[in-house]
Design a protein around this ligand. Structure first.
Ligand code: NCD
Length: 468
């Protein structure tokens, strides 16, 4: 039996209030336990988590995430068990993640999972009776890195609102960026995208920023050797304010006259077949000599492999080692919040561990019809197939562009058809689903396209009407 508990699979599993609550608690840990010379370094321990056990279950290489989680737990007087080499665990014998977390949840009070498959953390959460924290799942998300990134930004700026944050490098494969852009958008920062050519933000992330997080896009440009720059203008959770921006104002110029932070990332070669087709942007003193970067914090989730010049290390704008140091107090605060240590009630609790979505949820057997189209999604992992289903949310924030979002990896499917198992009719007109009763909703089955529906003996027509 799986006991409902809170899990962090995405940065969007935390409300803004909860995120700022975590920052306050992290600051309290820093205030009380910091190194007298280095204020960002936790140097002493407390007993806040004494008796508690943290498990790190890592199926991919890691230095910062795993060790800072472990350090955080040890600094709070807790204990740590670690599976850092999947070759030395039962995964090598063919054990699924779903079974592993069910076992490990009886050994630990909180589990951090890192996995090469998108959506792995969400699957683990489905089978885990203690909190699961996503330590990075494929190219999907890395929510705790984002907490460190935001905490660093917060230290150097009075507010996130209208902060101009430029993001450079592999925007397609960097999970840290996907969590970060969602959070920046939700807090009302402006995001300047500086992708390496061919490594642009995935379209489902871009569209979600536009349709659900009220980002307004300005046109792409070319600058400083970067292939393209798209600027997104974000109106902090107040879509109606969009109309308050007068037509014709050149928002791109206005917002890029001052860049507050440059977030650099490495090419994620492990997720791109190892080859880069175009030149990769490097950030060095020359790039940062432009006046608009004069006060920009230079950030990087690390490791760096050439895209951020070492000569920057002594520059006062360099913040990446401090950013990595905040991994300890931030993760102390997150563990404390999830375990409710010292009676803190920072996090709300939800049935099932996740806030219930307002979207219609679709849950069909893997063989029933449409499957997630992201080849790296955990649903396609043969080891996990007995434990997953085709689960989607029907996202209708823009009704004429309704889409199916995979519950695990959150990739969207924009084109699909819906059939009714009783009437055996299917349609591409998804708007019709909105007219369905809850009994009828259970009868729907989703297919990739007309051919897939026809192959299952469905006929084109109104799925709610057996006659026509
Ligand atoms: C990142 C990761 O694993 O996604 N590293 C980290 O956790 N700080 C970034 C990277 O590997 O490039």
């Amino acid at each position: 039996m799986v006991k409902p508990t809170r899990h962090i699979a995405s940065i969007n599993d935390l409300s803004k209030t909860e995120i700022t609550g975590i920052f306050d608690l992290a600051q309290t840990y820093l205030d009380t336990l910091h190194d007298p010379i280095l204020p960002y370094r936790v140097a002493r321990s407390c007993d806040a988590a004494s008796g508690a056990v943290l498990a790190t279950l890592f199926y991919e290489p890691s230095t910062r995430t795993r060790l800072s989680f472990e350090s955080a737990m040890l600094r709070m007087g807790g204990r740590v068990i670690s599976s850092a080499d999947s070759g030395a665990s039962s995964a090598a014998k063919g054990e699924s993640l779903a079974d592993t977390v069910r076992v490990v949840s009886n050994y630990a009070d909180v589990i951090v999972v890192r996995h090469p498959r998108d959506g792995a953390a969400r699957l683990a959460a489905d089978y885990c009776s203690v909190p699961v924290i996503n330590g990075g799942d494929g190219s999907h998300e890395h929510p705790t890195q984002t907490l460190c990134d935001l905490f660093t930004l917060n230290k150097r700026n009075s507010s996130f609102k209208n902060l101009n944050v430029a993001i450079s490098g592999d925007l397609r494969g960097s999970r840290t960026i996907h969590s970060l852009v969602y959070a920046l958008a939700r807090f009302g920062a402006n995001i300047i995208l500086m992708p390496a050519k061919g490594l642009e933000l995935p379209s489902h992330v871009f569209n979600r920023l536009r349709d659900e997080m009220h980002c307004r896009m300005t046109p792409a440009q070319s600058e400083n050797g970067h292939a393209s720059i798209d600027a997104l203008y974000v109106t902090a959770n107040a879509p109606h304010q969009l109309s308050l921006i007068p037509e014709g104002v050149d928002i791109h110029v206005r917002m890029t006259s001052r860049v507050d932070a440059v977030y650099v990332t490495r090419f994620q070669k492990e997720r791109s077949g190892g080859k880069i087709e175009n030149t990769y942007p490097t950030v060095n003193a020359e790039f940062l000599s432009d006046a608009k970067y004069s006060n920009a914090s230079v950030m990087h989730p690390l490791p760096r492999v050439g895209e951020l010049d070492q000569s920057m290390d002594t520059d006062k704008r360099a913040t990446y080692f401090e950013q990595a140091a905040y991994g300890v107090p931030i993760r102390m605060a997150l563990i404390s919040a999830l375990l409710g240590l010292q009676n803190n009630h920072l996090l709300k609790s939800y049935d099932g561990g996740f806030p219930s979505s307002k979207a219609l949820s679709i849950d069909q057997h893997l063989d029933a019809g449409i499957q997630c189209q992201n080849a790296n999604c955990i649903v396609h992992d043969t080891l996990e197939q007995p434990y997953v289903r085709s689960k989607f949310s029907l996202i209708s924030s823009v009704p004429e562009r309704s889409k199916l979002r995979c519950v695990y990896c959150e990739t969207d499917i924009e084109h699909f058809v819906v059939g009714n198992v009783e009437t055996r009719k299917f349609t591409a007109n998804v708007a019709q689903i909105n007219a369905a009763t809850s009994r009828q909703l259970k009868q729907f089955v989703f297919f990739k396209d007309d051919q897939a529906a026809l192959a299952r003996d469905y006929r084109s027509g109104d799925p709610l009407n057996a006659g026509r």
